[in-house]
Design a protein around this ligand. Structure first.
Ligand code: 0RA
Length: 672
């Protein structure tokens, strides 16, 4: 435990900080700076935002312990971030063994937070819970202010190293306590230090749903954006939020709550009119993307309880088809939040709960309370079970359709789609497949590719919108069928899917940079998100980045992938863009949209489609692994991804219009 007396540290105490402990500390911090990815995953935008989550998680811990109900995060004008809470404040007294202020220990010693052992449900999953000292080590500077016992304490660090000892800098009302941390991510560590409001907003909203007693405020001083999150309804409101653009026949989500052996379980769910299921699971506020024992417990219980009730109420007749677990989850939106004392995280991304005891805990709590709900609400119960019966019928039809594909494959000679230009190497780790919009671009890609390891599958026109179709319809679609057979691993999100049979290590979507292209890309992303999530989760899905502009200076050709790059290139050749484009005396716009700068031998043309590039250009700008850029698709926030797909692709018109009005800047290329 932390020392109870919390004597403020006197100046002289800092001298004690030059012993063996300090050397250890410096070594620890050095290692963090040398191998940041080991602590925060990566040094891209994702790792950068992770710094902020780490600091917020510490305040959330204080809230989980019951001592804090307000947390605010501010992105400051200079790009630094401030996180402030009204918890007890990090102890500032002398640390009994470290001979320095406990505050300094927490801020500079790796994993010191855990030494206090103050909270049963301490966040400790995956990259979470690495400790604020890691944030400190990866910050140019960090300042912490603690209010405790009527005093304000302060310490500042540079690259994790204290500038001076903890000192008292003022007095406050005894009742006011809390911790305020401001840090500037180190631009020599991160590829980017541009903090995105929307990214942090998403996680903070999620935390507020999961911890209904807390109010979380996020502010951006750069843009004056601001949001307050406080949800009295907790995860029940979370379910409604996820489903805000879907229709449900239930007035309110079903809510279940219970505790056994220190494990707390909260579940909220409802059914909507869609054909997909959306189950979000959390352990100690961490999104367990890969599921685990809590999810298994819930599924088992849902299937059994609904089956039993349906049979007893004579809605499910024995002679009809057998319902499976999938049928009971069609159109289900569910949030499962568990608080587990010593969570074991497994799986590729350490987001799968392994504790076996949790399965039966969730199973019993959900079983008992769901049964009671069904008995008390027979008309809702009937609607739910009838929906599951319809799902079973459709599943049967889909099975037949799948069977047909399989049989056809067995009959056909190679089993591969005719349009596929396969590569010659067969080791998936070295192979990639391009899904290309249109036959003409497909043709260029086939000619331009390196046929040893690059396969091309041209797709004709628009693929089916899977958001609006049931499985059997999806499987009738030719483009989707050829994607599934080309990849070779079966249909995703089912037991049939076999990752080991995947024929390519990378799946790269290549679409035009116009309205139609972004629509097709969204349709493809939706298909993978809904029906082959494994491809995204294992980091295999990519988006090709064809250039937007070709700039010809005399005979030399240069490609620019965005406006900024175009300006850079023009600057390099001392071409004044403004005059080149705006002043007709200096430049001229030709019929096909090219800007020709008079007398300078410069032509700026905008690529409208992949088809405008010849095979060599396509290879050198977009497909050559040595020179291309491809964007990896990730599901950082599954909730956010789901919302975007549902909003853009779903049935409801009003939320789509709102989304597009709100995000007009970002989706201006999207055809709806
Ligand atoms: C250790 C012990 C105590 C509180 C904290 C740490 C604490 C840490 C953070 C990090 C952000 N906000 C925080 N608030 C509190 C308990 C101290 C006591 O017994 O009073």
């Amino acid at each position: 435990m932390a020392d109870k007396k919390n004597k403020p540290v006197k100046k002289a105490d800092s001298k004690a900080g030059y012993g063996a402990e300090s050397i250890q500390v410096l070594k620890g911090l050095e290692h963090v700076r040398k191998r940041p990815a080991m602590y925060i995953g990566d040094v891209s935008s994702r790792g950068l935002h992770h710094l902020a989550y780490e600091v917020v998680d510490n305040s959330i811990d204080e809230a989980l312990a019951g001592f804090c109900d307000k947390i605010s995060l501010t992105i400051n004008k200079d790009g630094s971030i401030t996180v402030e809470d009204n918890g007890r404040g990090i102890p500032t007294g002398m640390h009994p063994t470290e001979k320095r202020s406990a505050l300094e220990v927490v801020m500079t010693v790796l994993n010191a937070g855990g030494k206090f052992d103050r909270n049963t449900y301490k966040v400790s999953g995956g990259l979470h819970g690495v400790g604020v000292s890691v944030v400190n080590a990866l910050s140019k500077w960090l300042k912490v202010e603690v209010k405790r016992e009527g005093k304000v304490f302060f310490q500042e660090y540079k690259a994790g190293v204290p500038v001076a000892a903890v000192k008292e800098i003022g007095k406050v009302d005894n009742k006011i306590t809390g911790t305020k941390t401001t840090f500037m991510p180190d631009d020599t560590v991160f590829n980017t230090t541009n903090i995105k409001y929307e990214v942090l907003e998403e996680r903070l909203r999620e935390l507020a749903y999961l911890n209904k007693e807390v109010t979380i405020i996020i502010k951006d001083e750069r843009t004056k954006k601001e949001n307050h999150f406080h949800f009295e309804g907790g995860i029940k409101e979370f379910v409604k939020y996820i489903d805000s653009s879907r229709k449900s026949f239930m007035k309110e989500p079903i809510f279940i709550k219970g505790e056994r052996d220190n494990t707390q379980v909260e579940v909220a769910f409802q059914y909507n009119e869609s054909y997909n299921d959306n189950i979000f699971t959390y352990v100690n506020d961490i999104n367990t993307h890969e599921g685990g024992t809590h999810l298994v417990g819930f599924k088992t219980s849902l299937t059994r309880t609904l089956n039993n009730y349906g049979s007893k109420a004579n809605i499910i007749k024995n002679d009809k088809i057998q319902l499976t677990g999938d049928d009971f989850r069609e159109g289900l939106t569910c949030v499962i939040s568990t608080k587990v004392p010593e969570p074991q995280f497994e799986g590729q991304t350490k987001t799968k709960l392994g504790n076996s005891e949790v399965k039966s805990i969730v199973e019993t709590i959900v079983g008992d309370q769901l049964q009671q709900y069904l008995e008390e609400n027979p008309s809702v119960a009937k609607k739910i079970i009838e929906k599951c019966l319809r799902a079973a019928e459709a599943r049967e039809a889909a099975r037949k359709a799948r069977e047909l594909i399989r049989r056809k494959n067995a009959l056909e000679f190679s089993g591969l789609p005719g349009k596929l230009a396969d590569c010659s190497i067969s080791d998936p780790d070295h192979c990639e497949i391009y899904l290309v919009e249109g036959d003409s671009a497909g043709g260029s890609a086939k000619q331009g590719r390196d046929r040893r390891f690059q396969a091309i599958l041209p797709l004709k026109g628009k693929i089916l919108n899977v958001e609006k179709a049931r499985m059997n319809k999806i499987l009738e679609n030719d483009e989707i069928k050829s994607i599934i057979t080309a990849l070779g691993a079966g249909l995703g999100n089912t037991e049939e899917f076999d990752e080991n049979k995947l024929r390519y290590g990378k799946v790269i979507l290549m679409c035009d940079a116009d309205v139609d292209g972004s629509h097709i890309r969204t349709l493809l992303l939706t298909f993978f998100y809904r029906h082959m999530k494994e491809i995204i989760e294992t980091g295999r899905l990519y988006i090709a980045q064809p250039p937007l502009y070709k700039i010809k200076v005399n005979r030399e050709e240069h490609y620019a992938y965005d406006e900024n790059e175009k300006d850079q290139i023009l600057k390099r050749f001392k071409i004044n863009t403004k005059s080149a484009i705006n002043e007709p005396s200096e430049s001229e716009v030709t019929e096909n949209g090219e800007v020709v700068v008079k007398g300078k031998g410069v032509t700026i043309s905008r690529f409208k489609g992949l088809g405008e590039m010849n095979p060599e250009q396509l290879w050198s700008t977009t497909m050559n692994p040595e020179t291309r850029t491809i964007l990896q698709v990730s599901i950082d926030s599954a909730v956010a991804a789901d919302k975007v797909f549902e909003t853009l692709m779903g049935e409801e018109v009003e939320p789509r219009r709102n989304f597009i009005e709100k995000n007009a800047k970002y989706v201006k290329n999207l055809d709806i």
